[in-house]
Structure formats: structure tokens, C-alpha cells
Design a protein around this ligand. Structure first.
Ligand SMILES: Cc1cc2nc3c(=O)[nH]c(=O)nc-3n(C[C@H](O)[C@H](O)[C@H](O)COP(=O)(O)O)c2cc1C
Length: 301
């Protein structure tokens, strides 16, 4: 698709960002600017990047090598308008009565804005020109947040509030027996989400099942983080006496397994597979024309 210049001009409108009130203090006075291009870019050390143009904010940072990041909360749209609508070359924004309430930063000499969702005091670690903006990266040497405040969102030229309702995880709730639950818990080895590769192997009207925790289930194996699903499943099938060729992904099933009060999140990636060699061994795996009734099996097939 060819992007026409007027479309290119509007691309930035289709991101959704929070807005940082970047505070500084230097030769260009105490100052605050709005910067939607503000984000955390590393956990350890905790680094925050801002992308700004040459203005009093940048000149202050260049001089002092420190800045404050105050993520505006959704009741601070007016402050963002002021911080973004005027330059420190024009007026002293922080001195307008009835607008910014500030406090002194703990570790650096800049004013911080009260009532923000997040406040971080940063020491510059890198400055680099990036296209028509300058990337300033700072290490957050002190940070605090307010659980009760939600960040203001900026998208399509408007300020918006984040809905307080969470998006449902979309996971199907599937009841399993206590034996299955303890088997899955054991297999999941403490992982937050049980991530398994599952083989769907059919021969005419028969399906191949494996015995697990005293129940017949589709052949499945936990896959450890970063490991290849197909290979892990192939090896597992071998270990239960099945020579198979694991084919393409048939689908994904995301569930919450429940037994009594116990819960386990589970993601099953199903693979269509074909068997080349298999001698039935009822302790490990067998063909079933009529699979035994169990909810997990029903949900996966
Ligand atoms: C919502 C909003 C977001 C903004 N984001 C940025 C940004 O990420 N980077 C930038 O250089 N300017 C951004 N601006 C523009 C600056 O805030 C504006 O140029 C401001 O006057 C700069 O302040 P200063 O001149 O006092 O340093 C934004 C403005 C608004 C209203």
C-alpha cells in the first residue's frame, strides 16, 4: 500500500500514548513540557527515554543532566494543554496561578508535579539525535506512583480516559478432577501458565490418547520457555512409544483449569499429527473409537 504524504502526516495520531510532564530547572528557568514520547525502556537499570525537540526543556537538560518525568493522570488534561501549548521562552508555565502544584524532587534539583500517576527523577545516561527529535535517556534514581490515579491517554488528537473495566482473558473454564489438577500442577513445575503441546492423532474414527494422572487425555507435554513445540512433542510421543510425525498447528485453546478452589491457567497448542509406528500399551497410550467422557478432552477436540 502506498502511503500518501497526508496519511504519513497523520500516522502519529493512531498511536495511543500516555503524556509525560517533563520538568527541568536550569538557565531557562524552572520549566515543564508535555511529551507523549516518554516511556520506560529498561527494567534494570530503570531507564526512561523522552523524545523532544530543541527548546528550553532540552537546553535545561543539556546543562544540568537531570529531568523529572511526571506521567499525567486523567484529571490533568488542562495541565498538559498548558505544558504543551506554551514554551518556556514565552511564559513561566509553572508560575501560572491555579495550575501546577509542585513539590521539590528528592534526589535532583527540579520541581515535580503533584497528583500525577507516576513520578520519576532521572539522571541523563544518553543523548542522541533521532530524526527530527532528540532522544534523552535517563536513569530513574527515584520513582513513585499513585495506585488511585490512572494515566491520561492521548490518541487521535484527543485526551481519553482508560476504561476501568478490564478486558476479559477470554479463557474457557474447564473443570478437571483433583487427580488431573495435581498431575497438571506437577507438570507445570511452578509455571504461571501451563503451556503444553498437544498431538491430535486420528486414524479413521479412532483417536490416540495417553494416560495421565489416571485419566485418558490427548498426548500432551509441557514445553519449557524458548523450546521448540514440535520437537518437544515429537520427543514426548517417542517417550510414550509412539513414532509420529507432528504436522501443522491445528489451533490454540486457552483455558482456566479448575478443581475445587484450585486453578491453573493453561494454553494448549494442538498439532495435527500422523502415526508411523505404534504398539498399543494401555499403561501409556491407546486408540479409542469412543473417547472416555471428560471435560478437558471435550474442550480440546
Ligand atoms: C499532548 C502533547 C504531547 C506532546 N508531546 C511532545 C513530545 O513527545 N515531544 C516533543 O518534542 N514535543 C511534544 N509536545 C510539544 C511540546 O510540549 C511543546 O513544544 C512545548 O511548548 C515545549 O515546551 P518548552 O518549549 O517549554 O520546552 C507535545 C505537546 C502536547 C500538547
Amino acid at each position: 500500500m502506498l502511503l500518501m504524504p497526508d496519511i504519513m502526516d497523520n500516522v502519529h495520531r493512531y498511536f495511543a500514548t500516555t503524556v509525560g510532564l517533563v520538568t527541568t530547572k536550569g538557565k531557562h528557568g524552572p520549566n515543564v513540557m508535555a511529551a507523549e514520547w516518554t516511556m520506560q525502556v529498561s527494567y534494570e537499570p530503570m531507564l526512561i527515554a523522552i523524545f523532544i525537540h530543541e527548546s528550553p526543556t532540552y537546553w535545561n537538560i543539556e546543562e544540568t543532566k537531570v529531568f523529572g518525568v511526571n506521567i499525567a493522570s486523567d484529571d490533568q488534561a488542562e495541565l498538559v494543554n498548558i505544558a504543551g501549548g506554551y514554551s518556556g521562552t514565552e511564559i513561566e508555565k509553572l508560575a501560572i496561578p491555579g495550575t501546577f502544584a509542585t513539590y521539590k524532587a528528592k534526589k535532583i534539583d527540579v520541581p515535580m508535579v503533584k497528583e500525577c500517576a507516576l513520578a520519576a527523577e532521572c539522571k541523563v545516561t544518553a543523548i542522541q539525535k533521532m530524526g527530527d527529535h532528540i532522544m534523552v535517556v535517563g536513569e530513574a534514581i527515584s520513582a513513585k506512583f499513585d495506585e488511585k490515579k490512572f494515566p491520561l491517554i492521548y490518541t487521535r488528537g484527543n485526551y481519553r480516559k482508560i476504561s476501568r473495566s478490564k478486558i476479559s482473558s477470554g479463557r474457557k473454564i474447564v473443570r478437571v478432577t483433583p487427580e488431573q489438577m495435581s498431575q497438571f500442577k506437577k507438570m507445570s513445575a511452578g509455571q504461571f501458565v501451563f503451556k503444553a503441546a498437544v498431538a491430535v492423532i486420528k486414524d479413521g474414527n479412532k483417536i490416540l490418547l495417553q494416560k495421565s494422572g489416571g485419566q485418558w487425555v490427548l498426548p500432551m507435554v509441557l514445553v519449557s520457555k524458548g523450546a521448540d513445540y514440535k520437537n518437544t512433542l515429537n520427543q514426548h510421543l517417542h517417550s510414550i512409544g509412539v513414532s509420529a510425525s507432528v504436522g501443522s498447528i491445528k489451533g490454540i485453546a486457552r483455558m482456566v483449569l479448575k478443581s475445587g478452589r484450585e486453578e491453573l491457567r493453561a494454553n494448549f497448542i494442538m498439532f495435527d499429527s500422523t502415526v508411523s509406528l505404534f504398539k498399543e500399551d494401555y499403561d501409556r497410550a491407546a486408540w479409542f473409537a469412543k473417547p472416555p467422557k471428560n471435560m478437558l478432552l471435550k474442550s480440546l477436540l
